[in-house]
Design a protein around this ligand. Structure first.
Ligand code: NAD
Length: 368
């Protein structure tokens, strides 16, 4: 197994959490005898400072030559005054567009040992296991025209989808539902938006090709409420770019911390893997960042790009074990004051140790 991974750690806590994810990938490669090659490149605020662009040409070229891109986070308060197209976040949007991945997978899972960390009652979140499939290349974030006419005092963005864009992401959601509980909840605002009416009609049509999948539709406002009231009722949630961005952050409440959420963007030339959280400037450089979202992102990379399902599961099991042992980064101690609070690096080290034990054990069993 040979895999070229471009690591773009980015800004804020990006480099801190990405270092732990790379440590895990290196360990999987070493223990499994795989040939993983890692290259580093700049994106976001650090790239603006060094190259004057949030996505330097060299980074884009290296990304397109890779088998997978692992990203940390971009953004920082010092760039807030820049216009949207020159900010660090613009580099990420350009990268997503260039790589072509249109289906952003965001699992939100209620880890049993973290249920008291969620502000929701344990009996509400226990057993929740949701996979968001967020369309990533259309909708308001990319629609034209877009502008801020300062003189006129008005600004506009365009929410636009084509039927083909909806068909391809709806297929991904239905295919993934077949590997899970076989239910898709499609989220839109079809009572108000024509784009959503197209969305709903097209998803309904695609779902007829998947008779084993149960399809339901929810309006986004109602879905925001149901996610908090009855998260266990969801399996795969399919939605457009903006709604998916908001709802998947909301679903962080189920896991207890934004720092726990991984993501993978598939369907394009090169898959892009990034934790859901941002650069968290409030905690950057303090060793407080939770690296588990980034580590679980590495597991998604093993699953979707390296096709190493057993190793992906080994990483996820290592995270579960470390949480069961009581280790917590600062964001995970709510309601659990007795837990052992550890730094970003220490958390990475414990997951690494647990992973080594699991893989050693697996290899010993194979040797028997
Ligand atoms: P954020 O996700 O960076 O932080 C929100 C809150 O969650 C903060 O209190 C932060 O401390 C906490 N948090 C986030 N990740 C954490 C982790 N791993 N461990 C512990 N706590 C964590 O969102 P924000 O504050 O709205 O944005 C900060 C910057 O990040 C902005 O510039 C924004 O544009 C950017 N951003 C980037 C991405 C990305 O790179 N994909 C995503 C969202 C926001």
């Amino acid at each position: 197994m040979k895999l070229k991974v471009l690591v773009v750690a980015g800004d804020g806590i990006g480099p801190e959490v990405t270092a732990e994810a790379v440590r895990i990938l290196r360990s999987v490669a070493e223990l499994g005898g795989y040939d993983f090659e890692f290259r580093d490149a700049l994106i976001g605020g650090v790239a603006i400072k060094q190259h004057g662009s949030p996505l330097p040409e060299s980074t884009l070229e290296a990304a397109l030559e890779s088998d997978a891109v692992l990203l940390g986070a971009v953004g920082g308060n010092e760039f807030n005054a820049l216009p949207p197209d020159r900010r660090p976040e613009a580099g990420l949007l350009q990268l997503r567009q260039a790589l072509g991945g249109f289906a952003n997978l965001r699992p939100s899972f209620a880890w049993p040992s973290l249920s008291s960390n969620s502000p929701l009652r344990a009996e509400v979140v226990d057993g929740a296991d949701i996979l968001f499939v967020r369309e990533l290349l259309g909708g308001l974030y990319f629609g034209e025209p877009r502008a801020w006419d300062r003189e006129a005092g008005s600004a506009w963005n365009t929410m636009r989808y084509t039927r083909d864009e909806v068909i391809r992401v709806a297929r991904v959601a239905c295919e993934l539902a077949l590997t899970r509980q076989k239910k898709v909840t499609s989220v839109d605002k079809a009572n108000v938006l024509e784009v959503s009416q197209l969305w709903r009609a097209t998803v309904t049509e695609v779902a007829t090709q998947y008779p084993d999948v149960t399809l339901e539709h929810q309006y986004v406002d109602a879905c925001a409420m149901h996610l908090m009231n009855t998260p266990r009722n969801f399996d795969v949630v399919l939605t457009e770019n903006l709604f998916g961005d908001i709802l998947s952050d909301e679903a962080a409440v189920i896991t207890g911390s934004l720092g726990m959420l991984p993501s993978a963007t598939i369907g394009g030339q090169v898959n892009l893997y990034e934790p859901v959280h941002g650069s968290a400037p409030d905690i950057a450089g303090k060793g407080l960042a939770n690296p588990l979202g980034a580590i679980l992102t590495a597991a998604m990379l093993l699953r979707h790009s390296a096709k190493l399902e057993q190793d992906a599961q080994a990483v996820e099991t290592s995270v579960r074990k470390v949480l069961e042992q009581g280790y917590r980064t600062a964001d995970l101690v709510r309601g659990q004051p007795s837990k052992m609070v550890v730094s970003t690096q220490e958390m990475g080290k414990y997951v690494h140790q647990a992973l080594n034990e699991i893989i050693d054990c697996r290899q010993a069993m194979h040797a028997v």
